[in-house]
Design a protein. Sequence first.
Length: 50
Amino acid sequence: MAKKVVATLKDATSKKMAKVVKMSRSPKTGAYIFEEKVMNADDVDAFLKK
């Protein structure tokens, strides 16, 4: 039987990542705008305060 290869994204050198969704209003139309980013978990607070 062939062995299955298991892909892992987590090792000792990798950083913890998070998907962040920020909601804001458009100044033109007043509609909601959603901005999505995948970033380092340490940078999330700085992104949301912008």
